[in-house]
Ligand binder design. Structure first.
Ligand code: HEC
Ligand SMILES: [Cu+2]
Length: 420
């Protein structure tokens, strides 16, 4: 009797917690969840997971149930008068407990092997190829079919199979978009592929992507975004990306012409920045899912002069004679042909800075250019703000090292933001 009520004491709350978990699990959509897949690849893996989980649950309940039953049913009561019958070898039992695991393994192995072959198969003809190149700690994306190079954000049309060709520029990385499918490693000197088809019934959406293979200091900040858009939206995005940079292929004279676009002055300090509304929407003015917004704090000691207005025309001059051009390419700006950092040709059309870490607004961009190494530890991009402390060189940036004052940075911000 005493044993039974103690059992109830343990089981009742346990059951309530399990039921509560089961109900809440279905009640909400979680960011970065693999349980609502939006491609055939995601669904295959989800199916396999469900199958294994179901079988494992059945085994668990049967085994633990039998165990608990036997423990209580045959517990030592002190009233036993003689030893129970002793069994040595039991052919039927032996056969049963060999057969059951064999059957379970069969139920696991058949779909597993089938899905391994399915997910490793070569992609069908007609897929959209996207070359993915991992860098510490950002993503380069190339569309050979359209001759486009971009970074950290991919656009793919719903309903068309995409074949990602995975390579790395430095160390191992891994490509993963939890809600669409994945993951697969990017290995130096070795090409991997992963392909899937975003569901054709999907409305235009944005998904988070991650590096899931530790690759150094800022591995956790190596994110990307996938925009699944309608075919017509994709076509217009492609057309936009194929054009050279929209702002001034030839450098205009300083001071800037009246028509030069300007940006609102970046605010003065981190606290103010954090409270700014995140000023971008996508796709095409549809609000984004809240969870796809970057949420990376700004270093508290990184400030920017109040009330500056940038000039894109001046900014192009400053940019084109600064260190930037050695690392960044802007198609249409003949002096900017570097390949160390992300291609900036259409930087103004991206929603984030620095591999999904900060919203692409003038305020964040100004701080990024001023001290990228404070915003994202370890990056190759140097600290460029005059008198800013470079955490890697462990000294402040001087004029002779190419240090830029806040007005020059505001001008570059105006220039880069105009590159839609
Ligand atoms: C030594 C090479 C180097 C120099 C010089 C350099 N950058 Fe960078 N830049 C990088 C790298 C690498 C990244 C990617 C960092 C990351 O996200 O991890 C980057 C990222 C950026 C980004 C974010 C791009 C994106 O899509 O997320 C911008 C904007 C940028 N740099 C602007 C500039 C400007 C403006 C200058 C000059 C004032 C400059 N960079 C100088 C290497 C460089
Ligand atoms: Cu990584």
């Amino acid at each position: 009797m005493k044993g039974n009520s103690r059992l109830r004491q343990i089981l009742t709350p346990g059951l309530i917690i399990m039921l509560a978990l089961a109900f809440t699990a279905g009640a909400q959509t979680y960011p970065n969840s693999t349980f609502q897949p939006h491609s055939e690849l995601g669904r295959s893996i989800d199916f396999l997971w469900n199958r294994l989980f179901l079988l494992a649950t059945i085994v668990f309940v049967l085994v633990e149930g039998a165990l608990i039953y036997v423990i209580f049913r045959y517990r030592h009561t002190g009233k036993e008068t003689e030893k129970p019958p002793q069994t040595h070898g039991h052919a039927v039992l032996e056969v049963i407990w060999t057969l059951i695991p064999a059957l379970i393994l069969l139920f696991i192995a058949v779909p597993t092997v089938r899905i391994i072959f399915q997910t490793q198969a070569k992609v069908a003809a007609g897929a959209l190829e996207i070359d993915v190149i991992g860098h510490q700690w950002w993503w380069e994306f190339r569309y050979p079919e359209y001759n486009i190079t971009t970074a950290n954000e991919i656009y793919i049309p719903v309903g068309r199979t995409v074949n990602f060709k995975l390579n790395s520029n430095d160390v191992n990385h891994s490509f993963w978009t939890p809600e669409l499918g994945g993951k697969r490693d990017l290995i130096p000197n070795h090409t991997n592929y992963i392909w899937f088809t975003p569901d054709s019934t999907m409305k235009s959406s944005v998904w988070n992507g991650f590096c899931t293979e530790y690759c150094g200091t800022s591995h956790g900040k190596m994110r990307f975004r996938v925009f699944t858009v309608q075919p017509a939206e994709f076509a217009s995005w492609v057309a936009g990306q194929q054009r050279p940079a929209t702002f001034g292929a030839t450098a205009p004279a300083v001071p800037a012409p009246a028509s030069a676009p300007t940006v609102a002055p970046p605010p003065s300090n981190g606290a103010q920045l954090a409270s700014l509304p995140v000023g971008y929407t996508f796709p095409h003015n549809q609000p984004e899912f809240a969870y796809a917004k970057p949420n990376t704090p700004i270093p508290a000691d990184l400030n920017f002069t109040k009330g500056l207005t940038g000039s894109a025309a001046r900014g192009m001059q400053v940019y084109s004679s600064a260190a930037c051009i050695g690392c960044h390419a802007i198609n249409g700006n003949p002096s900017s042909v570097g390949v160390v950092g992300p291609n900036l040709t259409h930087f103004g059309s991206r929603s984030t800075i620095a591999a999904g870490n900060f919203p692409n607004t003038p305020a964040y961009l100004a701080l990024w250019i001023k001290n990228a190494r404070k915003m994202k530890p370890g990056v190759i991009m140097p600290t460029l703000g005059l008198n800013e402390y470079d955490p890697q060189l462990k000294k402040p940036v001087e004029k002779a090292m190419g240090g830029l004052d806040d007005q020059q940075i505001a001008d570059i911000v105006a220039y880069l933001s105009s590159l839609k």
